[in-house]
Write a protein that binds this ligand. Sequence first.
Ligand SMILES: *Cc1c(COP(=O)(O)O)cnc(C)c1O
Length: 339
Amino acid sequence: MIIDLRSDTVTQPTPAMREAMFTAPLGDDVLGDDPSVNALEAKAASLFGMEAALFCTSGTMTNQLAIRTHCRPGDDVICDYLSHVYQYEGGGISVNALASASLAHGLRGKLTPDLVRDHIYSPADPHKPLSRLVVLENTVNKGGGCYYTIPEIAAIRHVCDEHGLLLHLDGARLFNALVETGEPTEAYGQLFDSISICLSKGLGCPVGSLLLGKADFIWQARRYRKLMGGGWRQAGFLAAAGSYALDHHIGRLKQDHARARQIGAMLKGRPEVEEIYPIDTNIVIFRLPETLLASDYVQKLETVGIRGITFGKHLVRFVTHLDFTDEQLEKFDQILNRD
Ligand SMILES: *Cc1c(COP(=O)(O)O)cnc(C)c1O
């Protein structure tokens, strides 16, 4: 048995999800008539109280489509230095949107109203790019799965409104935040101009992300998706998995969080563990001593049947997910603490 904690993307569709996929009615999504895709987009938009949604292959695609649609060449995007849109999307802000990025250094990757204000350029200064868009990430992957609350976001929205800035949410793991805060999805729909959510992470789908926003914004994003070759025909197979996950896989995320905290407890006090980031959701990040490279440690773990990933020179990340069971958790403890 391999205990795979590299990411929450490694899950296999459950038998019930496969059944939903195999029995999904299909059409041609590029022509706009795949009923399963249309149903998923309508369900997601209504969940967040937003006008429209667009089903895409990945969170990178939904984030990049949002940035491309919101920005014009020469615009500037304000985000945290740790953010996925900056660190893990191949430089897409500059490649796709011809925009620059102003990087804030927040606490565990979280922006604050002051940090946003500090990175806004004066539109009266012809030397500067035009500040256009703020991107928040919730939960913050590189911050160890920490999350924002609605009041924190509302304060940032206020700064955006004062300066005419748009606000996008990279909500790849938004539901992990929501099951902790208990906050309603509709509040998110009201605060953001656009939201990206991933179905292939904690929700356990094989593939897929959704972009949410106003109808005209989504229509423009749909044009760019096609331009990028992202039009997919009988995508209803995958959309059906998404609808199934939204109906059945949100509440159970709490179990992933509990298991992540238990992993933290198992790591605590081990000689090779110098520091464990606070465990707020399903991500566990810990630091090794200067004398131990994360790459060596992860390789060693692999030989005993545990998979994690390096998250920096001396940082290791584990992520709990739908396929990580209590039985595996027990095994994890046995393996880790047997020598
Ligand atoms: C995983 C992730 C994404 C999207 O990743 P894809 O692999 O392109 O689906 C976006 N943002 C964050 C914070 C992520 O963790």
